[in-house]
Design a protein around this ligand. Sequence first.
Ligand SMILES: [Zn+2]
Ligand SMILES: [Zn+2]
Length: 259
Amino acid sequence: MTRPNYPDFVFCVQPFGVVPQWVLEFISETIETEFSSPCRTILPTLLPPWIRKKEHISYYDSDVLAYLGEKLPKDASRIIGVLPDGDLHDDQSPLLGGAGSLFYGTAVVTLWHLTDKTVYIPEGLAEFKRNLRRVVLHELGHTFANHHCHEANCLMDAEFLYTYENPAFCEACQRRISLGLGAGPALLRFALGLSFYRKGDFIRAVEFFREAVKLSPVERVSWFYLGHAYWRLGKAKKAEKCFCRALNRRSLPKTFFYE
Ligand SMILES: [Zn+2]
Ligand SMILES: [Zn+2]
């Protein structure tokens, strides 16, 4: 299958804790080859305590994907987290090898299931790399608005992914990638702002809503929420300016209520 000319994306790999260097290099090479775009590894970090669990390690995928959204460098289009240990779960499945969010433009894979002792024998190593390639590309595929696909040999086929010889993105899935579908950076900032707004952290909400309006000044909903966040912080003048932008007018009518 031929690969289309993808636009210039910038990918980042975020190790959570200690991930062997050769694994990180392999992931970057895999991404660079598949998407013909640069990929760099950023400094390792640990998941915050509210995501880390003490008992059996199983991370809730949405927590990790949202947290990765905060880590996404400003110049990057996508970020993929690498967990050296622990399972991932969501509301339906107790065991996931990875997850990808179209909304945040973030993906995560865990090496937990891939890394059993076989990695240290030659055949095991080849198998490990094959499976890691599949899961990395599959989860990144989700960030481009690809759902599960049943086209034979497609990387987005969740059911047969591990039985296909050399899976690739099918034409339809490739098209979504070349259109760059999925979250844009402005939507991501808006989403992050909203999550802080809902937690009552209006200072951080303002921070992200401001980045959202800077990236996409025509998006009225970001101005609207930025206004609300300012209002909650007691900054009425700033709030009013944002509401004006949201309503696309110079001044507010006298009868305008904020709440
Ligand atoms: Zn999937
Ligand atoms: Zn497909």
